[in-house]
Design a protein around this ligand. Structure first.
Ligand SMILES: [Zn+2]
Length: 389
C-alpha cells in the first residue's frame, strides 16, 4: 500500500495540474449531423482511435467530419449537439478505479468508545462540498454495474453505500401532519446539498436487515422504504438479522437469512427486488456462497448481481479486466480517527492521472488513454464504444 502511494505521488509530480470539470473543457462542439451516426455501438464494437497523428477510427467519415482533432461516435440519435472534449485537458480514463464508499452510523457527537465506523452530521456536511469541489459526482451502484456512468467530462464517479439501516442514515419525522425526512440525517443532509447543487445527484444504496429495527423514527416501514425509493435511492440486501455468514451452517438457515430478507422486502414494498448484497461484518460464507448469490425462499426467487465487501480499496472500473461484481471492494468512511485506506486517506492518495476513473462526459463511450487500453475487457463494455487517445 505504501509503495503504491509513493508511485502515485511520483505520478502526480509528473502530470500536469488538472483544471476541473467545467464546460471550458470542451474544445469544440459539433452537431450530430456532422459526425457519423450510422454505426451504432454493438456488443463488440471496434475501438475508436482518436489520436491526431494516426487516426485509424472505425468510421472514416468521423475523421472527416470536423476540424476538431477529436471526434466521438455519436450514439444518441436524438442528440443534436455533441460535446467534443479536449483530451489533453480532461485526461479521461474510464478504466480507472471508482470509490464505493461504505457508511454506517451517523451521530451528533461521538459517544465514548470505538467510533471507527461512525460519522458526525457536521463531518458529513463538510464532506459533501469537499467531494463536490474535487469533482466527485455520486452515481448509483446499478449504473456502475451496468457501465452506465453519466457524469460530466473531467468528473469522478463515486458510489455511496450505507449499511445496517441506522436512523442516523435516514429517518422520518412528522411536520405539520406530514412525514418528512429528518434534516439531521445523512439523507436529509444530502437532500439539502442537492438543492444547492443538483448536479451532485442524489444517489446511494441502503443495505438493510428487515428482521431488525430499520430507520427507526416516524412512519412505518413502507413509509420509510418508499420514501427512499421515491427519491431514487436503491435498497440492498444485508440479511434478515445481520447474521455473520460463516456461522450459518445449513442451506435452510442461509435461505431464511438471505431470501427471508427479500420476502420481508416484498411484503413491505411489493415487487421490489434487491439487486445487490452487502456481507454483514464483511464475512463471506465458506461453503454456502451460492445461496448468497441466488436462491428461492418461500416461493420467491432472488438473485444478486453484485456482492459488496468491507474492503479497503477503490473498486476497479466496470470495464476493467479486474472488475468482479461478486467481490466488489469498498472504501470505509472516515471515523473519529483517520486511518490508512479510509475515505480521507484515499481522497489524498487518489489523484488525477493515476488510477482514478475520470469521465469523458459521454455515457455511450468508454474513453481511455492508449497505454491503458490493455486494462479494458471488451466483453464488459455493455454496448458502449471504446475510444482511445
Ligand atoms: Zn452491517
Amino acid at each position: 500500500m505504501k509503495k503504491n502511494y509513493l508511485i502515485i505521488l511520483t505520478l502526480i509530480l509528473i502530470i500536469s495540474v488538472f483544471t476541473g470539470c467545467t464546460n471550458n473543457l470542451y474544445s469544440s462542439k459539433v452537431t450530430a449531423d456532422s459526425v457519423n451516426t450510422q454505426s451504432k455501438p454493438s456488443e463488440q464494437t471496434k475501438p475508436v482511435d482518436n489520436s491526431v497523428s494516426e487516426n485509424t477510427a472505425a468510421d472514416s467519415t468521423a475523421s472527416e467530419s470536423s476540424a476538431s482533432q477529436n471526434t466521438q461516435d455519436a450514439q444518441a440519435s436524438d442528440t443534436k449537439e455533441i460535446d467534443v472534449i479536449d483530451y489533453a485537458k480532461v485526461k479521461p480514463n474510464e478504466s480507472g478505479q471508482i470509490m464505493v464508499v461504505m457508511f454506517h452510523n451517523f451521530v451528533d457527537t461521538y459517544p465514548k468508545g470505538n467510533n471507527e465506523y461512525t460519522t458526525t452530521f457536521s463531518e458529513f456536511e463538510k464532506l459533501l462540498p469537499e467531494l463536490y469541489e474535487k469533482n466527485y459526482r455520486p452515481v448509483s451502484l446499478s449504473d456502475m454495474l451496468n457501465n452506465n456512468i453519466n457524469v460530466p467530462a473531467g468528473c469522478i464517479p463515486i458510489v455511496f453505500t450505507f449499511d445496517d439501516g441506522t436512523s442516523g442514515q435516514f429517518n422520518l419525522i412528522e411536520q405539520g401532519g406530514k412525514l418528512v425526512v429528518n434534516p439531521k440525517s445523512a439523507v436529509g443532509i444530502m437532500e439539502e446539498f442537492n438543492k444547492k447543487h443538483p448536479d451532485f445527484g442524489l444517489e446511494g444504496t441502503f443495505y438493510v436487515n428487515l428482521g431488525v429495527k430499520t430507520f427507526t423514527g416516524a412512519g412505518n416501514m413502507a413509509d420509510r422504504l418508499n420514501y427512499l425509493i421515491g427519491k431514487g435511492f436503491e435498497i440492498g440486501n444485508h440479511t434478515k438479522t445481520h447474521v455473520s455468514l460463516p456461522q450459518v451452517k445449513t442451506s435452510q438457515k442461509m435461505l431464511e437469512e438471505v431470501g427471508g430478507n427479500q420476502v420481508l422486502m416484498n411484503e413491505i414494498v411489493p415487487g421490489y427486488s434487491f439487486n445487490t448484497f452487502s456481507l454483514p461484518f464483511g464475512n463471506a460464507s465458506k461453503n454456502l456462497k451460492e445461496y448468497v448469490i441466488h436462491g428461492n425462499y418461500g416461493g420467491l426467487e432472488y438473485k444478486h448481481s453484485a456482492i459488496v465487501l468491507v474492503g479497503a480499496n477503490p473498486a476497479p472500473s466496470p470495464v476493467s479486466s479486474k472488475f468482479d461484481p461478486m467481490a466488489l471492494p469498498r472504501v470505509r468512511s472516515t471515523g473519529q480517527k483517520k486511518v490508512e485506506c479510509d475515505l480521507a486517506w484515499w481522497l489524498d492518495a487518489l489523484k488525477k492521472g493515476s488510477s482514478q476513473y475520470i469521465s469523458d462526459g459521454n455515457p455511450n463511450t468508454v474513453t481511455v488513454p492508449k497505454d491503458k487500453q490493455k486494462n479494458v475487457d471488451m466483453s464488459k463494455m455493455k454496448g458502449k464504444q471504446l475510444v482511445t487517445y
